[in-house]
Design a protein around this ligand. Structure first.
Ligand SMILES: C[S@@+](CC[C@H](N)C(=O)[O-])C[C@H]1O[C@@H](n2cnc3c(N)ncnc32)[C@H](O)[C@@H]1O
Length: 299
């Protein structure tokens, strides 16, 4: 499987500044709508607490979960005490998942590569690393770029992880990204894309899509396309990932929704209560699940 136009980049094409690798043509990236949007979101990050503002006496300093919460889904199944050479994280944000895997699962690595489009979130990731020292002793490579071309050697990564990112990336770009992930993953390596795709048949997304079509000019630019399980499997196969990891799972997430939380920024009454009360049968899970996770089965 060939990479995007057979173009390859390496970290030599980046400039290291304040502990972050920036593309040499950073202005070009800064001029994109996607980058501006995520820099803006990253400054507040959905209103979450900021490690850089926590007082020395704050309990957050002792307990990282007060800052990040505890991630669920596939991460809870991750084995304890695993050790790998290299980890690549797509859309690492401020480091919630590596913090959890390092602290709660005692995952160890020699090299960690985190790529994210948001400079503000990467700066917070470096603060979190300083504060909690996750993956102690590992080489850290934090890269500010749009994850489409990966500045990483072929067949060099043991574990590729991503949490809640692909649904924010346009379809064509995800397909290129999956080809790139396939290129850099070692044969027999592990991939975990937790809660990464929105589910095409989920009624909540269908309502959103209907509202979007009413006003095609002003669309929500954060949540993009949704997929079925078969479409996700086809994308993984087309990228070559399933050749490297033939045993894999695509499964619905355990959050179900018939109503969106908000429509055009306006809260939908009782949506949370109604969605939380859903207890779908096995056959209905694929319909009502908010999203899908995909992961190889070789952990
Ligand atoms: C919902 S957040 C998830 C962040 C992190 N994985 C977590 O679980 O906390 C989505 C992340 O994707 C990043 N992102 C969005 N588009 C991206 C792109 N094209 N390339 C790289 N990162 C991107 C955002 O900056 C943000 O950090």
């Amino acid at each position: 499987m060939s990479s995007l136009f057979n173009t390859k980049i390496s970290l030599n094409d980046f400039l290291l500044r304040d502990g972050i690798y920036f593309p040499k043509d950073y202005q070009q990236l800064n001029s994109t709508e996607q980058k501006q949007r995520w820099d803006k979101i990253g400054k507040t990050y959905y209103g979450s607490q900021k490690i850089e503002q926590a007082a020395e006496t704050s309990p957050i300093k002792q307990d990282y979960t007060l800052l990040t919460g505890r991630p669920g889904g596939t991460w809870l199944k991750f084995p304890v005490n695993k050790s790998v050479d290299s980890i690549l994280e797509i859309g690492c944000g401020y480091g919630r998942i590596p913090l959890f895997l390092s602290k709660d699962k005692n995952l160890r690595c020699q090299r960690y590569y985190g790529i994210d489009i948001s400079e503000s979130l990467l700066r917070r990731l470096l603060k979190c690393k300083q504060e909690y020292d996750f993956f102690p002793g590992a080489e850290f490579h934090v890269i500010c770029a749009s994850a489409e071309l990966l500045p990483i050697e072929d067949n060099s990564i043991d574990l590729v992880i991503s949490n809640c990112v692909f649904m924010h990336i346009p379809d064509a770009q995800i397909r290129n990204l999956l080809v790139e992930i396939s290129r850099v993953l070692k044969p027999g390596g592990i991939f975990i894309f937790n809660h990464s795709f929105h589910n095409k048949s989920c009624p909540s997304h269908q309502i959103h899509n209907f509202v979007r079509r009413l006003n095609p000019v002003k669309q929500n630019p954060v949540y993009l396309k949704q997929y079925s399980a078969d479409e996700i499997k086809a994308m993984l196969t087309a990228s070559g990932i399933t050749t490297k990891c033939p045993q894999y799972t695509v499964e619905p997430t355990q959050e179900y929704a018939i109503l969106p939380q908000k429509i055009k920024g306006i809260p939908v009454p009782f949506a949370t209560t109604i969605n939380r009360s859903l207890k779908p049968s096995a056959t209905m899970k694929e319909t009502l699940a908010y999203g899908y996770s995909a992961y190889s089965n070789n952990w």
